[in-house]
Design a protein around this ligand. Structure first.
Ligand code: PMP
Ligand code: GLU
Length: 399
């Protein structure tokens, strides 16, 4: 029996552990037991952090850059972010419109804490990154899910945004390129979304963490580029985790309206303080240093994407659209639901993912954790050799 002393808060009881991180922990444990699992589960680049970035961190340690720094980040990192936004996105921001946090996840967390009152609604297109709804709930808000599927290429129809707006709507999240679908919006599509949000006084939250990973010469556009008015109504969230293979360093940032950033500063100053000083120095090098490693990783991801999509589409019962960006594929596996495969009755995408783990040693994430049943997510941020082996295994157990 749980006594009152040990009882948890209502707040924490409303959320769950990140399912992608939970699956990753499970796979790592199985691997430790000597089981050869091919991990398509977690979304993190398999490449090592580039050497110039590591060296900058080592130098920071040797130079004693190991103390507290300003909560929202040093002027050096802010300058690097300002330059990056000018260079890549033609956007001009001031230093007091930037906050550096412990990963883009932390930036988003601070943001929801800063803008939401109890009952405020945030429109989140599904399939969505697993953490958005729970972070909104933790801040007292209500996630309002706007469903999409592969018949529209997972793209939000701007008119559907309007259908989900109420007098409680506070914000709309756009994640382009998207985790998990890889869908990426072009300038014209972003313009229409922006018009609806501006007309209805809704803040745009633009999660641009996969900005650098767009393929086939697709030109990435930030929604803040649409107009000065859109820029004023948008908070951009970005970071170095995915583009520079720096997931463990924990550096992300948010840019936008000074008042919102200052409110996020308040929350961060009472929780984590500054992001790690050493990682900040490494991130400065990532943003200011040579960018050729980003290009090399991107080319490799594109090669893997082409291969994995081809292999998936050659399997009877699976259909997969070609994602424009990120490093995930999100194939439709609805044809297997309700089937009996090798004496396993599959009633959901969760059953299908468990079946793959048990029968073919491949870890994938069921679509339902992203709010979209009947699909699975595979991260191809793993070696070509693993992808080949994984696809061979998958092919065998789908018969
Ligand atoms: N947004 C999306 C869509 C992601 O996939 C991730 C990856 N975890 C993040 C934000 C957070 O990235 P990080 O905290 O590692 O910077
Ligand atoms: N964004 C990655 C994923 O979706 C990392 C895991 C997480 O932060 O939840 O797999």
């Amino acid at each position: 029996m749980i006594t009152n002393i040990l009882k948890l808060s209502d707040r924490v009881n409303k959320v769950k552990v990140s399912p992608t991180l939970e699956l990753d922990a499970k796979v790592k444990k199985l691997k430790q037991q000597g089981i050869d699992i091919i991990n398509f589960g977690v979304g993190e680049p398999d490449f090592d952090t580039p050497n110039n970035i590591k060296k900058a961190a080592i130098l920071a340690i040797n130079n004693g850059f190991t103390k507290y720094c300003p909560v929202t980040g040093t002027s050096e990192i802010k300058e690097a972010i300002i330059e990056k936004l000018k260079r890549d996105n033609s956007l001009v921001y001031k230093s007091n419109e930037i906050i550096v946090s412990c990963g883009a996840k932390h930036s988003l967390y601070n943001l929801f804490q800063a803008i939401l009152n109890n009952g405020d609604e945030v429109i989140i297109p599904s399939p969505y990154w697993v953490s958005y709804p729970d972070m909104v709930v933790l801040a007292g808000g209500n996630p309002i899910i706007l469903k999409t599927d592969d018949t529209s290429g997972f793209k939000v129809n701007p008119k559907d945004i309007e259908k989900h707006i109420t007098d409680k709507t506070k914000a709309f999240i756009i994640n382009s390129p998207s985790n998990p679908s890889g869908v990426t919006y072009n300038y014209e599509e972003l313009k229409k979304i922006s018009e609806i949000c501006l007309k209805n006084n809704i803040l745009i939250i633009s999660d641009e963490i996969y900005e650098k990973l767009v393929f086939d010469d697709f030109k990435f556009t930030s929604i803040a580029e649409i107009s000065a008015e859109t820029k004023e109504n948008t908070i951009i969230v970005n970071g170095v985790s995915k583009a520079y293979a720096m997931t463990g360093w924990r550096i992300g940032y948010a840019v936008g309206n000074e008042n919102i950033i200052s409110a996020m500063n308040k929350i961060q100053s009472q929780s984590t303080s500054n992001a790690t000083s050493i990682s900040i120095k490494a991130a400065v090098e990532a943003l200011n240093g040579p960018q050729n490693s980003v290009e090399i990783m991107k080319k490799e991801f594109e090669k893997r994407r082409n291969y994995i999509v081809k292999r998936l589409n050659s399997i009877n019962g699976i259909s997969c659209r070609i994602p424009e960006g990120a490093f995930y594929v999100f194939p439709n596996i609805k044809k297997f639901i309700g089937c009996n495969l090798n004496n396993n009755v599959l009633n959901s995408d969760i059953d299908f993912a468990n079946y793959l783990l048990d029968m073919s040693n491949i870890a994938v994430v069921p679509g339902s954790v992203f709010g979209t049943c009947g699909y699975i997510r595979l991260s191809y941020a793993t070696s070509m050799e693993n992808i080949e082996r994984g696809m061979n295994n998958l092919e065998k157990v789908c018969k």
